[in-house]
Design a protein. Structure first.
Length: 135
C-alpha cells in the first residue's frame, strides 16, 4: 500500500509538529516500509519557538498491505494514482532549469550538457544552455 508519513520523536513517538524531537527524528515503524521519496521542495522546514516543526515534513513510501496505518506519524494511505501524482508534482517542483531532463525513478535532474571535467568551477547559464566558467 502507498503511504504518506512524517517524523516522530525516536523515543517518545510524539509527532514532530507537537513537540521538539529531543531524541532525534524517526519515522513510524511500519511493517514492510520502503522509502520512495521525500517532499524536499519544502525544505528547509521552519521550527516553532519550542523547537517543534512549524510545517509537517512529508515522506512517501510503500508498506505491507496489512501494516497498521493508525500509528502516530502516518498521515494518510494513498491510492497509486494519488501517490504517482504527488511524486510527479514533487519531481517537477525540484526542476532547476527548464532545459534539464528529469528521471522520475531517481527523482533527479540532469543538464543537457555534462558538467566540464576539469579543475575549474562553472555555473549553469540557462539562456545559452551551457556551462559558464566562474571567473
Amino acid at each position: 500500500m502507498y503511504i504518506q508519513l512524517t517524523n516522530i520523536d525516536a523515543t517518545t513517538g510524539v509527532l514532530c509538529t507537537e513537540a521538539p524531537m529531543r531524541t532525534g527524528p524517526a519515522l513510524p515503524d511500519m511493517k514492510g516500509f520502503q522509502f520512495v521519496f521525500a517532499k524536499e521542495s519544502i525544505y528547509p522546514i521552519d521550527t516553532n519557538a519550542d523547537g517543534s516543526y512549524a510545517e509537517t515534513p512529508l515522506y512517501y513510501g510503500t508498506c505491507d498491505d496489512d501494516a497498521d496505518t493508525n500509528l502516530v506519524g502516518v498521515l494518510k494511505v494513498l491510492s497509486q494514482v494519488e501517490f504517482d501524482a504527488d511524486k510527479q508534482a514533487e519531481h517537477q517542483a525540484r526542476k532547476p532549469y527548464p532545459s534539464w531532463v528529469g528521471d522520475i525513478d531517481t527523482m533527479s535532474w540532469q543538464s543537457p550538457l555534462p558538467y566540464p571535467q576539469d579543475d575549474k568551477n562553472y555555473f549553469w547559464d540557462e539562456p545559452t544552455i551551457n556551462w559558464v566558467e566562474i571567473a
